[in-house]
Design a protein around this ligand. Structure first.
Ligand SMILES: *[C@@H]1O[C@H](CO)[C@@H](O)[C@H](O)[C@H]1NC(C)=O
Ligand SMILES: *[C@@H]1O[C@H](CO)[C@@H](O)[C@H](O)[C@H]1NC(C)=O
Ligand SMILES: *[C@@H]1O[C@H](CO)[C@@H](O)[C@H](O)[C@H]1NC(C)=O
Ligand SMILES: *[C@@H]1O[C@H](CO)[C@@H](O)[C@H](O)[C@H]1NC(C)=O
Ligand SMILES: *[C@@H]1O[C@H](CO)[C@@H](O)[C@H](O)[C@H]1NC(C)=O
Ligand SMILES: *[C@@H]1O[C@H](CO)[C@@H](O)[C@H](O)[C@H]1NC(C)=O
Ligand SMILES: *[C@@H]1O[C@H](CO)[C@@H](O)[C@H](O)[C@H]1NC(C)=O
Ligand SMILES: *[C@@H]1O[C@H](CO)[C@@H](O)[C@H](O)[C@H]1NC(C)=O
Length: 418
């Protein structure tokens, strides 16, 4: 080997070493990802080395403790990264303040995890963490987006004092998760405007200018009601029997059924985004009928019409005044029969001024179809030294024995005739 090529090799080695230092520093100072978690032990030893060899200021962020959140279960059957939540730093990338949490599916990190998340519906009783390995500081998190009417297997004694925190759509959860449901937000946040859902009724202050005409183009909006539905039967235990209400309403007004339950091929609408402009252009109402009548169970189907110039007609077990501004929706439960509801909708087909009054809220609010704040809140809770220990008797919390969150198991007799 001559001198020239030896020099080249040395230069190559030095460049490689500096490159590796920079990459490690970059990784450690914030964008730690799944790979880093996988090679955690390797990197920890490297980190000690770099800390000794670099000036303290150049790689400061690496000293922050990273809180590890382990997704123990899958999210339904299909996804590795818990739906769209994502792995590593992704769920927190928009949180600001260098959020300090990482998610993983690597069960080898159980002992190092600060939180262990269980998608309730996907829990397998014979596939839970070893009880003996549980660390006292760990938060076992009960995560669910569906209603108790469809996820009800927590009577097992094992779960009595199992979970430490709840992360569900319910307003009384430790972390309120609305990413798959939606929320209504103030355009300008101020003390006179509060984002929905509201914490309690006393906060409500919705006053809109009664002379305001929000511009919605009604030229082609002469179709009455659209109903998008993929689960055609909700008549099992705990079901809302919404299809019976729809069947009755359609004796009085035209109801166009879209989605998986549509009978006409052209109304299957497999690609929802393509159907939204149609909704906005042609329909005055959209049925947001939940499959079960449970408090706070307000799903994405209610936010869709609000986002696409259509008035939702709601049917569910929630106090909707905590979810939507007054005058933005019509609640079927406010009517004493399907016929009287249908008559009111008929009136709104011809009374344009009254119909347009349902859009005044838009001056003050916007719809957020996928609010992304819950993972940030979870991270904040884990990092907060003030967070107290807590344990749930989850069966009674979830099915409502302690706090009156019980779902209504029988639909109102005034609306549903079976
Ligand atoms: C977790 O810690 C226990 C001891 O408490 C140990 O037996 C076990 O092997 C550890 N598990 C993992 C995955 O490191
Ligand atoms: C539950 O876990 C056990 C043990 O890992 C496994 O054998 C079984 O197939 C799992 N059941 C389901 C429905 O995934
Ligand atoms: C309303 O919609 C109709 C039909 O699409 C269109 O011809 C008309 O220009 C629109 N009016 C306004 C004010 O945008
Ligand atoms: C709605 O308006 C269109 C265009 O003006 C018309 O062709 C159609 O028949 C109307 N439909 C109803 C249900 O009135
Ligand atoms: C529809 O509702 C009306 C009340 O508005 C009721 O009298 C009627 O029996 C219902 N019809 C069916 C088919 O459920
Ligand atoms: C929001 O604030 C901006 C800037 O202060 C103002 O121009 C705008 O009119 C406000 N919008 C609403 C809906 O209050
Ligand atoms: C979580 O619950 C377990 C079981 O009740 C308990 O031992 C542990 O201290 C709790 N941890 C936290 C952080 O609340
Ligand atoms: C729950 O409901 C019962 C009767 O329906 C009532 O007596 C009780 O005060 C309620 N409890 C709470 C915590 O609201």
């Amino acid at each position: 080997m001559n001198r020239l090529s030896a020099n080249k090799v040395v230069r190559w080695l030095v460049t490689g070493f500096i490159g590796a230092l920079l990459v490690a520093c970059y990784q450690l100072s914030g964008y730690l990802d799944q790979q880093l978690l996988n090679y955690k032990h390797f990197f920890y030893s490297q980190a000690t080395f770099y800390r000794n060899s670099l000036s303290p200021s150049s790689c400061e962020a690496q000293n922050d403790k990273k809180f590890i959140i382990l997704y123990w279960t899958k999210y339904y059957d299909y996804s590795k990264d818990f739906g769209n939540a994502g792995l590593g730093g992704k769920p927190f990338s928009h949180c600001g303040d260098n959020s300090g949490c990482l998610t993983t599916t690597d069960r080898g990190l159980l002992n190092d995890s600060d939180a262990v998340v269980f998608h309730a519906r996907s829990i397998n009783l014979s596939d839970l963490p070893q009880p003996g390995w549980r660390r006292p500081h760990q938060h076992f998190i009960f995560f669910e987006i569906e209603s108790p009417a469809h996820v009800y297997k927590f009577q097992d004694l094992l779960f009595r004092n199992y979970f430490n925190r709840t992360m569900t759509y319910r307003r009384d959860s430790d972390v309120v998760y609305l990413e798959t449901h939606g929320r209504v937000r103030c355009i300008n946040s101020s003390t006179s405007c509060l984002d929905f859902p509201l914490a309690s009724k006393s906060n409500i202050q919705n006053v809109f200018d009664p002379t305001d005409h929000f511009p919605i183009n009604l030229t082609l909006k002469n179709q009455t009601a659209a109903w998008f539905v993929s689960n055609c039967h909700s008549d099992g235990v705990g079901g809302s029997r919404r299809e019976f209400l729809v069947r009755n309403l359609s004796q009085f007004i035209p109801v166009d059924i879209y989605g998986g339950c549509a009978t006409e091929e052209s109304k299957k609408c497999p690609n929802r985004p393509v159907c939204n402009p149609m909704l906005s252009q042609y329909y005055r109402f959209y049925f947001c009928f939940e499959n079960s009548l449970c408090p706070d169970y307000v799903t994405e189907k209610c936010y869709r019409p609000l986002a696409y110039d259509t008035v939702p007609v709601v049917y569910g077990g929630s106090d909707y005044s905590l979810y939507f501004p007054a005058g933005s929706y019509i609640n079927a439960m406010d009517f004493d029969s399907p016929e009287s509801l249908a008559n009111y909708l008929k009136k709104l087909m011809t009374d344009d001024e009254l119909y347009l009054s349902y859009f005044r809220w838009r001056r003050k609010y916007v719809v957020d179809l996928a609010p992304k704040d819950s993972w940030c809140q979870l991270c904040q809770m884990l990092r907060d030294p003030e967070t107290k220990d807590k344990t749930y008797d989850i069966a009674s919390w979830w099915s409502g024995e302690t706090i009156n969150q019980t779902c209504s198991l029988s639909p109102p007799k005034s609306l549903v005739f079976t």
